[in-house]
Design a protein around this ligand. Structure first.
Ligand SMILES: C[S@@+](CC[C@H](N)C(=O)[O-])C[C@H]1O[C@@H](n2cnc3c(N)ncnc32)[C@H](O)[C@@H]1O
Length: 270
């Protein structure tokens, strides 16, 4: 035993040293791993911050243009407030409508969903001296139709707009709720500008889908169709269904604000 004890001692010391070395090596590896993770985390958070910053910058730019559009539209000299956004069209669509009325000079305009859009269109038509154009605003709710009538009256425009009350009822062809009596009343009309901002999205699934299939026989060859709220998944799905059913229409999306899908017949197809 006396003879073995220095060997055992040396062995224990060697094992202790080895253990220490292994521990040091593991600590070193762990440190390197943490440093690597630290770097990755810093890079990730920088990228995330940039992403958020870009979104905020984009949103600020969008809001700034929205406000500029709204204030430009006020120059149409309304004698009442022109509320934009929320339930009404936003100022991006307001500008798009103004340009379309000015440039395309539609002779027959039909709006589904009355309100600020009605006032804006009526004012544009009177401003450009195209007051003889037929302008029809359709609503399923008497309250909102009467509200629109009051705003038009405040601006002396009520004589130029036909306000049609068409309560919703089940449409036989699409199986969806749709403006009752509308097609009968449209008999003999050819629509040059169709603004689809109703019925509300909450009415049913793909609420505004019937607009194109039901009104197709009443669209003129040069008709422009504007579908509001095109950033919503339901409206995108509606546009996809329309594109599959009516391939001779070109679709353009304007992404700002509520978003709008603009459809026109492809050149040479009429
Ligand atoms: C999207 S709104 C149409 C807005 C209209 N184009 C405008 O620019 O003001 C669609 C329908 O919702 C209804 N509506 C309007 N304002 C509403 C409100 N504040 N709450 C609930 N329904 C409303 C009306 O019947 C209207 O026809």
């Amino acid at each position: 035993v006396t003879y073995l004890s220095p060997i055992i001692g040396a062995l224990v010391a060697a094992i202790a040293l080895l253990t220490l070395l292994v521990l040091i090596w593991m600590a070193w590896k762990l440190r390197a791993r943490f440093l690597h993770l630290d770097g990755q985390l810093a890079a990730l958070s920088a990228e995330f911050r940039k992403m958020i910053d870009n979104r905020v910058v984009d949103r600020i730019a969008e809001v700034s243009v929205e406000v500029q559009n709204a204030s430009a539209l006020r120059q149409l000299d309304f004698k009442s407030p022109l509320f934009l956004g929320g339930w009404s069209i936003d100022s991006f669509l307001g500008r798009t409508i103004f340009d379309s009325v000015l440039v395309d000079r539609p002779n027959c305009i039909v709006e589904l969903g009355s309100g600020s859009s009605t006032l804006l269109i009526a004012r544009c038509l009177s401003l450009i001296g195209h007051g003889d154009a037929e302008h029809i605003a359709v609503d399923h709710e008497e309250t909102y139709l009467e509200q629109t009538r009051s705003y038009l009256a405040l601006n002396g425009l009520e004589q130029h707009v036909k306000l049609w009350l068409c309560p919703l009822s089940r449409d036989d062809v699409t199986g969806k709720l749709w403006y009752s009596g509308l097609t009968q009343r449209l008999e003999g009309h050819k629509i040059d500008l169709l603004l689809i901002d109703g019925p509300p999205g909450t009415t049913q699934e793909d609420s505004r889908y019937p607009a194109l299939p039901v009104l197709m026989p009443f669209l003129s060859d040069r008709c422009t169709i504007m579908l509001d709220d095109a950033r919503r998944p339901a409206e995108r799905s509606i546009v996809e269904q329309w594109a599959a059913k009516f391939p001779d229409f070109d679709v353009r999306f304007l992404r700002d604000g509520h978003g709008v899908a603009i459809l026109r017949r492809r050149a040479g197809r009429h």
